[in-house]
Ligand binder design. Structure first.
Ligand code: FES
Length: 653
């Protein structure tokens, strides 16, 4: 058996392809089970198999004559190449854009909507304006303002929901196009007013139409919602990968990249803005809406993504004591950020709470209504950094805990993100130790994603294949050895059965000869879980449990006092709560107390988009929420060490 010589990391799927000799790029990707488009079958004519070489030179990566013919100069400069023209012959990191993948990744875009209300942050007014003449030479704006003030005064006297202020200002860009709209529409226009500022003038009566965009800007994924601002309904939504992933998987790599130079900070901000603009334009076009009529955007994000999106300095986020530059809300002209909505429109950013607690956490608190509940409530959003909030009689307190990227599939031998072919469910027969698995889109297993890893560890524990210290039990009879002699549990039922059949034959043979049976060598290339993978999960689950324990301790509570645990976030909606308790990531509460609400951050972003009251409420919560720094808490280390253990056999449910 030849040793593995190099690895190709494939983003955004998070899969690693181990190769022991140079292989054509397209073949290596297809053989690994990743669905990449190849209409011409690798002849170099269709141009569908575009990949981005992220390391090993990027733009300077080898370029063939075919690639030069098919790819634009700009694409070549960005490190784009054709997989079928490349040879993978050394360690590399590549990115496969969504346009080259045959199937999209599984992205959770939204969640349960409760407590939604509609009271817009703007008002729309249809005006019939008297045109100018030689006997009435008032300016366009003076004329429009008079008509608007008259209308506002009338609405106020009728006790309609008219704005308080009668002072009116005009956005500069609106001033520039106003004359044309007025004259092209016989002086009948609809004016959109936001905090006394005219941010949009449209021809005719458009009072029945208003659109906005709500965004949950995650480190890995971005959820984008196109919303009807008058009804509060989501018209359409899309989940996309954050293109910043090409600058590093985690928050710290992004911060480090942005810190390198002003140019790099601009680059990492603009890739996200470009991707958001592209997706917003697609959503608008698909729904026959002009992006020029989208009047507001709200964005929630972790603190690093928030700062990078706003083009703010991030150095202070990357260095101890890791403080945010600003923890107040911001309304910024969309055009200043490069966002393509109506020229006078705004991007509203909810405040972040601390360096590691962003506005996405704030949005989650708002969307789940944790702050208003009577009793003791925990809200948990599991990710590379897991944010946890505890609402108790002592108020709202939050922690951020470094749970690491294991649940994203990183640092796990066969780990990958939730893409087609990833094992997402695992059940192990305790008697026979045979696994049953479910893969995303029922594809051939090519790796295992977070929910699958969590299931696998819980089931290994339940079947006694690992003990409460996470150690493999060789005498369980359920394990084999990899080529380096390390223990593994095979997750693919077919491979497991084959190994077992072989083993039975060997046992019979050995018994006949009066010999001991040694562990079998695992079937190579089949998805399996090893001891290092289990340690990674122990560290991740311990970080989360430590966060919960410290929050409870600081509020003087025991886990029995918890009334409910709300699991929010994309990953959280796919996990099995029973297994979360069984591995000790959560305390042993009744499963009835655990609820999963999906991507609550995007719901929160939508709530502050459609409601000025909820916007104020969120700002109020953020001013009351307190951040607890875990690492300086006196019981942090003890808690962490204790929490690496799994529950004992009698505690498993
Ligand atoms: S598969 Fe058609 S160009 Fe590569």
């Amino acid at each position: 058996m030849s040793a593995k010589k190099f690895t190709i990391e494939v983003e955004p799927i998070g899969k690693r392809i181990a190769l022991d000799s140079p292989v054509n790029g397209l073949k290596a990707i297809i053989d690994s089970g990743i669905g990449i488009k190849s209409v011409c079958g690798g002849k170099g004519t269709c141009g569908k198999c575009r990949i981005v070489i992220l390391e090993d030179g990027g733009a300077n990566a080898k370029l063939t004559a075919t690639e030069e013919k098919i790819l634009s100069r700009e694409e070549i400069g960005h490190g784009i190449r054709l997989a079928c023209e490349q040879v993978f012959d050394k360690d590399m990191v590549i990115y496969i854009p969504a346009s080259s993948l045959t199937e999209e990744q599984k992205l959770q875009i939204t969640g349960e909507e409760t407590g939604m209300r509609v009271d817009p942050v703007f008002s729309k007014h249809f005006l019939k304006i008297k045109p100018p003449s030689l006997s009435d030479m008032q300016s366009d704006f003076g004329r429009l303002k008079d008509a608007l003030l008259e209308k506002l005064a009338m609405e106020k006297s009728k006790n309609q929901a008219a704005p308080e202020s009668l002072q009116v200002s005009l956005d500069y860009m609106v001033l520039k196009y106003m004359a044309e709209v007025l004259r092209n529409n016989s002086w009948e226009v609809t004016v959109t007013l936001r905090d006394g500022e005219i941010i949009l003038i449209e021809g005719g009566d458009r009072t029945g139409q208003a659109h906005g965009i709500a965004i949950d800007l995650g480190t890995t994924k971005i959820a984008i919602l196109l919303v009807d601002l008058l009804s509060g309904k989501t018209i359409a939504k899309k989940g996309i990968m954050n293109p910043q992933i090409s600058y590093g998987e985690d928050v710290m790599s992004r911060i480090n990249f942005a810190m390198q130079s002003e140019q790099d900070a601009k680059k990492i901000q603009s890739v996200t803005v470009e991707q958001i603009n592209k997706t917003v334009a697609e959503l608008a076009a698909e729904n026959k809406i002009s992006t020029a009529s989208i009047i507001e955007m709200t964005v929630v994000a972790n603190t690093a993504m928030h700062h990078i999106f706003l083009g703010l300095p991030v150095r202070q986020l990357g260095l101890s004591p890791f403080v945010a530059l600003s923890d107040t809300p911001h309304s910024i002209k969309a055009r200043e950020l490069g966002i393509n909505i109506t020229a006078g429109g705004y991007v509203y950013m909810l405040p972040v709470i601390a360096g590691f607690i962003g506005s996405d956490h704030m949005a989650m608190i708002l969307a789940t209504g944790v702050d208003e509940m009577q009793g003791n409530f925990l809200g948990v959003d599991i990710g590379t950094n897991t944010e946890i909030v505890l609402k108790s009689s002592k108020g709202i307190q939050s922690v951020s805990t470094a749970s690491g990227p294991a649940f994203e599939g990183a640092h796990i031998k066969y780990g990958m993100r939730a893409a087609p072919g990833a094992i997402e469910r695992v059940v192990i027969d305790s008697k026979t130790c045979v696994p049953r698995i479910q893969t995303i889109n029922d594809k051939r297993p090519i790796g295992i994603c977070g929910s699958g890893i969590l299931d696998a560890v819980a089931e290994l524990l339940k079947a006694g294949i690992i003990n409460d210290r996470g150690k493999f039990q060789p005498d369980s009879g359920c394990l084999c050895m990899d080529e380096k002699g390390k223990l593994q549990y095979m997750l693919e039922p077919g491979a497991f059965e084959n190994n077992n059949c072989k083993k039975k034959e060997l046992i019979a043979q050995a018994e006949k000869n009066g010999q001991d049976v040694e562990l079998l060598t695992c079937i190579e290339g089949s998805v399996s879980i090893n001891q290092t993978d289990i340690v990674e999960i122990q560290l991740a689950k311990s970080a989360i449990r430590t966060g919960i324990n410290v929050l409870l301790e600081s509020a003087g509570l025991d886990f029995k006092d918890i009334d409910r645990i709300i699991i929010a976030g994309a990953f959280g909606s796919y996990i099995d709560p029973k297994n979360v308790v069984n591995i000790g990531m959560f305390p042993a509460v009744s499963l009835k107390k655990i609820v999963q609400v999906g991507n609550a951050a995007s719901v929160g972003a939508k709530m502050v988009l459609v409601s000025s009251v909820l916007r104020k409420k969120a700002e109020d919560i953020s001013s009351r929420a307190r951040y607890l720094e875990l690492t300086i808490h006196p019981t942090f280390t003890d808690n962490f060490v204790r929490s690496t253990l799994f529950p004992g056999p009698d505690e498993i449910i």
